[in-house]
Design a protein. Structure first.
Length: 167
């Protein structure tokens, strides 16, 4: 099964579609070992902006925190507006909020949702993040090393938002 983002790429780079999530689309540059997350325009702009700000604020806190800095992807940086095209070279940036984008290290491990871990394990990880002011871990995904002594986490924020659907 294909998705509509599958053949998208970021203009002027080697970043090609890698994966998608509830908030954004992940592009990967294999040679550089980096990802770019660009927020999807399928969501409300204001909601996406608040999520983006909360996520980048959380990265800033985490990078400065000795307790958790080794647990997050490195090489984090906020990006200027991105231009995305499809396989024909046609601009599809309107499917994104191209100014809500960041870059980080690609973690070549299998991620699992925090909710799928035993409570003792997930609680210990969440406590470390909440201790430094990163209070939203509901979307967090975790990748463990083979010995389970080391881990990397993604999708964490200073604060989360509830999504209310109109019926």
């Amino acid at each position: 099964m294909t998705c509509r983002y599958e053949n998208h790429r970021v203009v002027g780079t080697e970043f090609n579609f890698h994966n998608f999530g509830s908030e954004g689309i992940i592009f990967r540059d294999r040679a550089a070992g980096l990802i770019r997350k660009i927020y999807s325009s399928e969501r409300d702009r204001k909601f996406a902006e608040q999520d983006f700000k909360s996520e980048i604020e959380a990265f800033g806190i985490a990078m400065k925190s000795p307790e958790i800095s080794a647990s997050i992807p490195g090489k984090f940086r906020i990006l200027d507006t991105q231009t995305v095209v499809d396989e024909k070279g046609e601009c599809v940036s309107n499917q994104y909020f191209p100014d809500l984008a960041f870059e980080a290290e690609f973690i070549n491990l299998r991620f699992v949702e925090i909710g799928s871990l035993p409570n003792s394990e997930s609680s210990a990880i969440e406590r470390k993040f909440k201790k430094v002011g990163i209070n939203y871990t509901g979307d967090m995904a975790i990748a463990f090393s083979e010995d389970r002594l080391c881990y990397k986490v993604v999708d964490f924020k200073v604060r989360g938002q509830e999504i209310w659907h109109k019926t």
